[in-house]
Design a protein around this ligand. Structure first.
Ligand SMILES: *Cc1c(COP(=O)(O)O)cnc(C)c1O
Length: 404
């Protein structure tokens, strides 16, 4: 059998459902975030872009390579395997692992030149011992828990003394190289809610006091202090400190992206398989949750929850046909779903349909189905090819199912 070519210029292949990723939109979103922060602070800060969970479903390899090429300072990932995928793709820039990595993985942490989060004294000691045995210093970032209630050294008014003591010990461990200190906001993405805004300000004040106590006690000044996620960037840009951790804004989704002038960087498309007419009174799909009130033209789309169109969106969202919006009807199946095109008589088999993107945003779908946009794009599986565009040109056609 002749090998199929994925290179630009090859004959177009049949696609049932695919995702188009506009790398220029990602560049735009990073630039807009920088402008927003510079406007609030009068100067630039460093930019980390978060590419965990396969770059929020956008594809970590291509997104990371692109972010490196446009001069982003840092990448953030959740775990060491995500870091390895990016290093394997040839990306050399600094990578910070947010999650826990067992000290037994020290060789991989050092060989891939990664920043590991340190969240407790016991863990710092274990990493130090492992690095000593390996004979090389490990770069670490200290996490403070200022109210996220997840990981990190507890950092509140009445724990400052213990905090200063413990972190002084950490920064003096000979085989650790402290590259930064950071905290994470719990409700920075809740603009206009007074209680949430107060809580973010409290978290920020705790972080400032924690840093002050730690740096005074140890005599060590961390090269990087950072606490802003996308909510922080959008709504509390004066809290940017030395660096921000830009997640969902990078991809142009969420009210935070809107607040900085970002644009959606992904469009999910599919093609109409067949158009059929069913009589009034018939029902559509599993569970019979949609009953045709009139004679109804339905179009079958080859996209289901096995393609990332999560089932809880059933009966809640619209898609964009070439002739206008059409509501999705009935339960979303694993491989297909149905839309009502009774009022769009032009819709026919083979038409390209935008499931979400610039016209109908992932954010709109998320709002209508009770989730957040990041969850929708994180659900895009290997079955959905990812096509990357830069300057209007297709630069990468990632067919994961066909990769060996
Ligand atoms: C996920 C994550 C981010 C990015 O969050 P967004 O809200 O998508 O910007 C930043 N920092 C840490 C520690 C995270 O886990």
């Amino acid at each position: 059998m002749k090998a199929m070519s994925n290179e630009h210029g090859a004959a177009p292949r049949f696609r049932r459902t695919w995702a188009e990723i506009d790398l220029d939109a990602i560049t735009w979103n990073v630039e807009k975030s920088k402008e927003h922060i510079a406007k609030a602070n009068g100067h630039d800060v460093k930019m980390m872009c978060v590419v965990k969970s396969d770059a929020y479903g956008y594809g970590a390899r291509e997104v990371a390579k692109h972010l490196e090429s446009i001069g982003v300072d840092y990448l953030g990932v959740a775990c060491i395997d995500e870091a390895e995928e990016i290093r394997t793709a040839g990306v050399r820039m600094p990578i910070h692992i947010f999650g826990d990595t067992p000290a037994s993985e020290i060789g991989r942490l050092l060989d891939m030149d990664l920043d590991q989060t340190v969240h407790s004294l016991a863990y710092a000691r274990a990493l130090n011992d492992a690095a000593a045995a390996y004979g090389r210093k490990l770069r670490v970032q200290i996490e403070l828990d200022t109210g996220m209630g997840r990981m990190g050294f507890l950092c509140e008014e009445d724990t400052l003394e213990q905090l200063a003591e413990e972190i002084t010990e950490v920064v003096r461990l000979p085989w650790l190289e402290p590259a930064g200190i950071f905290a994470h906001f719990a409700v920075s993405d809740d603009p206009g809610i007074v209680e949430s805004e107060d809580y973010t300000r409290l978290q920020y004040a705790r972080f400032q006091k924690g840093i002050e106590a730690v740096e005074a006690a140890s005599g060590f000044t961390f090269p990087l202090h950072h606490c802003c996620n996308s909510g922080g960037i959008a709504f509390f840009p004066h809290m940017a400190m030395d660096m921000v951790r830009n997640g969902i804004i990078t991809y142009g989704m969420s009210p935070m992206a809107d607040a900085v002038g970002g644009i959606p960087a992904m469009t999910v498309k599919t093609t109409v398989s067949v158009v059929r007419t069913i009589p009034a009174g018939n029902t559509v799909s599993y569970g019979r949750t949609f009953t045709a009130e009139r004679e109804t033209r339905i179009a079958v789309l080859p996209i289901g929850y096995g393609d990332g169109l999560v089932r809880l969106m059933s009966n809640h969202v619209d898609v964009m046909t070439p002739y206008g919006r059409a509501p999705q009807i009935g339960r979303i199946c694993m491989d297909v779903c149905m839309i009502d095109v009774t009022d769009l008589p032009e819709v026919k088999a083979g038409d390209v349909v935008e499931v979400y993107g610039r016209n109908i945003t992932a954010q709109e779908d998320a709002n209508r189905s009770g989730t957040i946009a990041a969850e929708l794009t994180c659900c895009l599986p290997a079955r959905v090819p990812r096509l990357y565009y830069r300057g209007g040109e297709l630069v990468c056609d990632e067919q994961r199912l066909l990769q060996r």
